[in-house]
Design a protein around this ligand. Structure first.
Ligand code: AMP
Ligand code: MG
Length: 357
């Protein structure tokens, strides 16, 4: 299959809309920009189209897809019940990076929900995604547009890297705004329950609807084999770079010292080593040398603004792959209001390898 790429900035809106709309109406796949990460979109109400998403990504078939809408009126057609709390959250956070789970109507195929009787719905704020859904009237199943298990795509180039030849089209609108996936919250119980932390925090939701709980599976608590996370996606290895990633946590000075030691050991043993640092600390790693070899040091952002870390997270993991490092050591980011969302991705990428100093 030839994957056609349209650069949004260089293409007439009528042209890309017609082309992408045509692909979606015919049951095909389009990589689209959203404000969180790039999504791999297909008609959510067409089980065959949804099946193509799983095939292109190599995604396990029990990992459900999020359905994207462009107007609140589309929600009624998809779900049997909209609790008052969901109404309030929608009014406050939609369009935006919040996904809510509801009991599904029969029109939503099990092929989209991974066999579940519930459906996850989000209204994105990205103008390209909204225009596409609004104009075609097609609600879009759109998981992250990466090969399953790899870091999520925050640029069209990442989508191309993973899915060229496997999907019909990519709409390239440059780097995304946020950089991590939406917060997923289950609205089917008496109290909303966060199944995946994201840009919208528990505190932000609690300010609107009162108590919100967090699924204990998040951040790897309860990691025994028998524990079943509610969001099926939580149980898979995710976001993993090719190099072996270890997170180091503790007071800044001790963390820097430990990462310098670990990097030196691996360099001395002849391996290529990557270090994920911050603007504040990167210079402290650039002096690590073993013979002729030095580590590849990348800054993920500044601790003064955790949104910069969120924005660069997946891109840094992918760039480490490009450097072909065998070992990667990273600082940790538990502190800020979105620390849970950041560490959820970093810990999965590290296969939960974490050292405390
Ligand atoms: P992705 O679109 O790749 O960001 O993944 C979607 C995430 O939402 C996965 O972690 C899914 O497990 C979760 N999800 C989607 N639909 C449901 C649902 N009906 N119940 C629970 N989790 C869901
Ligand atoms: Mg994903």
């Amino acid at each position: 299959m030839k994957t056609i790429v349209y650069k949004i900035s260089e293409t007439d809106e009528t042209v890309w809309l017609k082309a992408a709309g045509g692909v979606l109406a015919a049951g095909g796949l389009v990589g689209i920009p959203t404000e969180t990460v790039y999504g791999l979109a297909a008609n959510a109400l067409d089980a065959e189209a949804a099946a193509k998403i799983y095939a292109a990504k190599g995604r396990p078939s029990d990992n459900p897809l999020i359905v994207h809408i462009s107007d609140i009126s589309m929600l009624d057609g998809l779900v049997t019940e909209i609790p008052g709390t969901a109404q309030k959250l929608a009014e406050t956070f939609w369009p935006g990076p919040l996904t809510m789970i509801f009991p599904k109507k029969d029109v939503v195929p099990y092929g989209t929900t991974g066999g579940l009787d519930t459906v996850a719905v989000r209204m994105p704020s990205h103008p390209v995604a909204r225009k596409l859904i609004g104009t075609t009237g097609i609600v879009l199943a759109a998981p992250s547009a990466n090969t399953s298990g790899r870091p999520s795509p925050t640029r069209a180039e990442h989508v191309y890297e993973d899915l060229n030849g496997k999907i019909d089209m990519i709409l390239d609108d440059g780097p995304v705004g946020i950089g991590i996936e939406s917060t997923v919250v289950d609205m089917t119980g008496s109290v909303p329950m966060i199944l995946r932390p994201g840009y919208i925090t528990r505190e932000m939701m609690e300010a609107v609807v009162g108590e919100v709980r967090v699924d204990p599976a998040i951040l790897g608590e309860n990691r025994d084999k028998n524990f079943q996370p509610k969001a099926p996606g939580m149980k898979y290895k995710h976001y993993a770079p090719k190099g072996d990633l270890t997170l180091v946590s503790g007071p800044d000075e001790k963390v820097v010292k430990k990462i310098r030691e670990l990097a030196s050991e691996k360099l001395a043993a002849g391996f290529r080593v990557g270090i994920i640092a911050t603007e504040e600390t990167k210079a402290l790693y650039e002096t690590v040398v073993q013979g002729n070899s030095k580590p590849v040091v990348m800054s993920i952002g500044t601790r003064k603004d955790e949104d910069t870390i969120i924005h660069n997270l997946f891109d840094v993991l992918r760039r480490m792959d490009g450097e072909e490092v065998s070992y990667i050591y990273s600082e940790s980011f538990e502190e800020g209001s979105r620390g849970k969302a950041i560490m959820n991705r970093m810990l999965k990428a590290a296969g939960h390898q974490q050292i405390y100093v």
